[in-house]
Design a protein around this ligand. Structure first.
Ligand code: ADP
Length: 314
C-alpha cells in the first residue's frame, strides 16, 4: 500500500481520501495545491475543503463518475469515485476540465457559425449552376453543391446536439408507423420489414425516423443494387430493438466502434465512389442516445452488416 500511496502523492490527477462522513482524511499534492489544503488541519469536511456543497453532492449521489461546476471558483471538475483502502472510505479522483469544456464550446459555436455563413453562398452557387442549363459541368456543380449542403446541415445538427440545444420530445410511438414512413423513400430500394404487431416505443418520433432513414441509406449505399435490405423490430427485456441488415461487403470488426465517430470512413477509397459525409452514423448515435437508447453494429450471418438501435419500450 505504501509505495502506491507515494505514487498517488505525485500523480498529476487530484486525489482525496474521504471517510463515510465525507471528511477528507488525506489529499495528494495536486489536490492540496488546487484547494489550498493544509494537511495539518485534516480531517476536514469536503465542503470546508472546497468551500461549497457541489463536491459533497457528488459524493452523496455516489455515482462512479460525475461532473460539477464549482460556483466558488468558476471551475469545472470531473470526479471518479472508487472504494478506498479502508471500508467506508472513498477515493475521489478529480480532474479540472474547465479549459477543455471552454474549448468544446468554442468549437461548437465555431461550427454553428460556419454552417450558418456557408448556407447562403451554397444556395447561390446551386442556383447559378442550375441557370447554366443542362450540361455535364453544370450538373456536376449542382451535385457537389448539394453534397456540401448536406455536410453543412449535418455539422450544424451535430453541433446543436453536442451543445445540448437539441429538443427531445418523447412519447409512445408506434414502430410500425414510423417504419412504414421511412421505408417509403429508402433510396428506391425495397425493404423487407418484420415488425411485431402493435410494438410501441418511448421515442421522439422525428428523431427515430431520421436515425432509421440514415441506416437505410447506408444499407443501400454499401450493398449491391437489387440486393435485399431487411428491417426487423422486436421487444427484448424492456426495450425495443430495431435492426437494419444489408447484404453488402460488411465492415471488419476492428472498425465497429469507430464507424460511429464523426468523419470516420472505413475505406476512404471506396467512399469516394459512394458519396457521403462521414457524419451519418455519428448523428444516428447522438439521436438515439438523446432518447435514452443505444446503438451497435455487428456482422450479419451469411455476409453483410447489421446496424441496430435499442430504445426503451413504451
Ligand atoms: P457516410 O456519409 O460516409 O455514409 P456514415 O457515418 O454514415 O458516413 O458511415 C461511416 C462509414 O461507415 C462509411 O463511410 C462506411 O465506410 C461505413 N458504413 C456505414 N454503413 C455501412 C454498411 N451498411 N455497410 C458497410 N459499411 C458501412
Amino acid at each position: 500500500m505504501e509505495p502506491f500511496a507515494d505514487l498517488l502523492e505525485e500523480a498529476p490527477v487530484m486525489a482525496l481520501l474521504v471517510d463515510r462522513d465525507h471528511r477528507v482524511v488525506a489529499a495528494n499534492q495536486a489536490a492540496r495545491r488546487y484547494f489550498g489544503i493544509d494537511p495539518q488541519r485534516l480531517p476536514l469536511h469536503v465542503a470546508e475543503v472546497t468551500r461549497e456543497a457541489r463536491l459533497d453532492e457528488l459524493l452523496r449521489q455516489g455515482r462512479p463518475e460525475g461532473e460539477a461546476r464549482l460556483t466558488h471558483s468558476q471551475r469545472v471538475v470531473t470526479s471518479k469515485l472508487v472504494p478506498g483502502p479502508v471500508s467506508g472510505q472513498t477515493l475521489v479522483f478529480l480532474t479540472d476540465v474547465t479549459e477543455l469544456r471552454r474549448l468544446q464550446t468554442v468549437r461548437q459555436e465555431f461550427v454553428a457559425n460556419l454552417a450558418h455563413e456557408l448556407k447562403t453562398p451554397l444556395t447561390a452557387l446551386r442556383l447559378a449552376a442550375e441557370s447554366l442549363g443542362s450540361n455535364r459541368f453544370a450538373e456536376r456543380i449542382v451535385i457537389e453543391a448539394d453534397r456540401l449542403s448536406a455536410i453543412v446541415d449535418n455539422l450544424r445538427q451535430l453541433a446543436e446536439i453536442e451543445a445540448g440545444r437539441a429538443v427531445v420530445e418523447r412519447s409512445p410511438v408506434e414502430v410500425d408507423a414510423v417504419v412504414r414512413e421511412v421505408t417509403q423513400h429508402a433510396a428506391g430500394r425495397p425493404v423487407q420489414v418484420t415488425v411485431s404487431q402493435g410494438l410501441m416505443v418511448d421515442a421522439d418520433r422525428a428523431k427515430l425516423a431520421q436515425a432509421l432513414g440514415n441506416l437505410l441509406d447506408n444499407a443501400a449505399k454499401f450493398s449491391p443494387p437489387g440486393s435485399p435490405i431487411e428491417l426487423h423490430a422486436e421487444p427484448v427485456d424492456g426495450e425495443v430493438r430495431i435492426t437494419v441488415r444489408d447484404h453488402g461487403l460488411g465492415i471488419s470488426p476492428e472498425h465497429w466502434d469507430r464507424v460511429f465517430e464523426r468523419f470516420y470512413k472505413v475505406d476512404p477509397a471506396r467512399s469516394r465512389e459512394v458519396p457521403g459525409t462521414g457524419l451519418g452514423l455519428a448523428i444516428v448515435k447522438h439521436l438515439v442516445l438523446l432518447q435514452g437508447g443505444r446503438v451497435w453494429t455487428e456482422a450479419a450471418p451469411g455476409g453483410g452488416q447489421v446496424f441496430g438501435l435499442a430504445l426503451p419500450s413504451s
